[in-house]
Ligand binder design. Structure first.
Ligand code: NAP
Length: 460
């Protein structure tokens, strides 16, 4: 008995040393890429039980290869503003891992975009895409361009210039970008138009998130937000709970947030707060989603305008205060590291029962520990927000078949995919000795498929 235990302990220690060596090498190679290190750390250390059980992945150098992108493209994006002034931004595309299919992942336009942010997003995307059960590899892209306050003409000229370089590296069978922060239907439309012009033929499957009239999928716009809520619904159901009558706080008021709010409200919850990068609105009687949608999707205004139409609501400057509002369920749907350790502790003290990460890496590693240690139901981003990329993949399938499914068909497939992701994550967590820990479960479930494909392909 004790020999078996010692052998197991030995295998675990060997696996820990291996993971640690790879992690240290990542930090040494690119010491300034803090966000990338954070994403790598979260995933790598949760894989220790896998390496202990299956040393073949260590011998195959899977981790050393996984943490190094297959390709990073960095390029100049020159454009001319409305005053005739020449501007230059930097464009990125990381093609991180194509073991299970063409690279797939969004494009982000935000001034904070740099190699570290794009690499963290691309790295996460590998596991997320694998979890969806679809044949898609991991990629991500973007630019430090700030779309806020820009005219339509400026957005179009910038986006066209961005695609004039990017088109060299993408294609329906190589790399299929989509939207992300700052890139919605308008930007995808301009990118698609420029791609079509550059290649001289119509490849609907080269981008997803397209308009419905030219190859887009019904329910893609809703998919990430709806999917996050479906995932949380699964976590709640397992505990005999539901959204009915719960209070919900949602950060952000962009694509993911709006449709997370919509689905939560449909399921009987009351959404009491949402935000943008300037501040948040709190309305104890429930946020009026029609107003938020109009302000954000149509008029592109700030969330502070909400209180002009709903004077009983409160507006507060600054983003972090939103987590001090007592709620049953918190859905961070804005950006990375928006919930730190203190915010997590406040949520716990105020009685939160579930967290669903709609955004990518919205909780710091310390915040995640607070949630897990306090037995809060925690749906990690790469599982909970995988609905967007899953429906993007369904959009690619429809493009290939030259057919369009109804909203209800796509929504039903999305719901099923989210249920499968939840179940697979639960099962992997149980199998590898971490019951109830969906961070570990999702990481392991996502990893195994990619690792097996990489092993099958040889050293490439
Ligand atoms: P979006 O439409 O551009 O919306 C982002 C929202 O977050 C905006 O309301 C923005 O406010 C707000 N925001 C940004 N920084 C903030 C901060 N520090 N505090 C509070 N609010 C802040 O982008 P999105 O597509 O919804 O993406 C949101 C998150 O979901 C990102 O992490 C993205 O990577 C992730 N995600 C998106 C998809 C998808 O399908 N779109 C799929 C998976 C994951 P401002 O308007 O003031 O900037």
């Amino acid at each position: 008995m004790s020999t078996v235990l010692n052998f197991k302990q030995y295998e675990m220690q060997k696996a820990k040393n291996y993971v640690n060596e790879v992690y240290e090498a990542v930090k040494k190679r690119d010491p300034h890429e803090k966000e990338f290190h954070q994403a790598v750390k979260e995933i790598l250390f949760s894989l220790v039980p896998v390496f202990a059980k299956h040393p073949k992945y260590m011998e195959g150098g899977i981790l050393e290869r996984l943490v190094e992108p297959e390709r990073i493209i960095t390029f100049r994006v020159p454009w001319v503003d409305d005053h005739g002034k020449v501007k230059v931004n930097r464009g990125f595309r990381v093609q991180f891992n194509g073991a299970i299919g063409p690279y797939k992942g969004g494009i982000r336009f935000h001034p904070s975009v740099n190699a570290s942010i794009i690499k963290f997003l691309g790295f996460e995307q590998i596991f997320k895409n694998s979890l969806t059960g679809q044949p898609i590899g991991g990629g991500k892209g973007g630019s430090d361009f700030d779309p806020k306050g820009k005219s339509d003409g400026e957005i179009m000229r910038f986006t066209q210039s961005f695609m004039t370089e990017l088109f060299n590296y993408i294609g329906p069978d190589t790399d299929v970008p989509a939207g992300d922060i700052g890139v919605g239907a308008r930007e995808i439309g301009y990118m698609f138009g420029q791609y079509k012009r550059m290649v001289g033929s119509y490849h609907a499957g080269v981008l997803t998130g397209k308009g419905i009239g030219y190859g887009g999928s019904l329910a893609r716009k809703e998919a990430t937000g709806y999917g996050t809520v479906y995932f949380v619904q699964e976590m709640l159901q397992d505990k005999g709970l539901s959204f009915e009558g719960k209070t919900v706080v949602v950060s952000g008021s962009g694509n993911v947030s709006i449709y997370a709010m919509k689905k939560a409200i449909q399921l009987g919850a009351k959404v009491i707060a949402c935000s943008d990068s300037n501040g948040y609105v709190y309305c104890k009687n429930g946020i009026n989603l029609h107003t938020v949608k109009r302000l954000k999707e149509v008029e592109r205004k700030r969330i502070r305008e909400y209180v002009k139409e709903h004077p009983h609501a409160e507006y507060h400057e600054g983003c972090t205060g939103i987590w001090a509002i007592p709620c049953d369920i918190a859905l961070p749907c804005a950006t990375q590291n928006e919930i730190d350790e203190n915010a997590a502790k406040l949520l716990v003290v105020n009685g939160v029962i579930a967290i669903g990460e709609g955004a990518n890496m919205p909780s710091t590693l310390e915040a995640i520990d607070v949630f897990l240690n306090n037995r809060v139901l925690f749906g990690p981003a790469k599982a909970a927000n995988a609905g967007g990329v899953a429906v993007s993949s369904l959009e690619m399938a429809q493009n290939s078949m030259r057919i369009s499914w109804s909203f209800e068909e796509v929504d039903a497939k999305l719901h099923q995919i989210m249920t499968n992701i939840y179940r697979n994550s639960v099962n992997a967590a149980n199998e590898y000795g971490h019951p109830g820990n969906l961070v570990v479960g999702a990481n392991i479930a996502g990893f195994l498929k990619v690792a097996d494909a990489m092993m099958a392909h040889g050293i490439v």
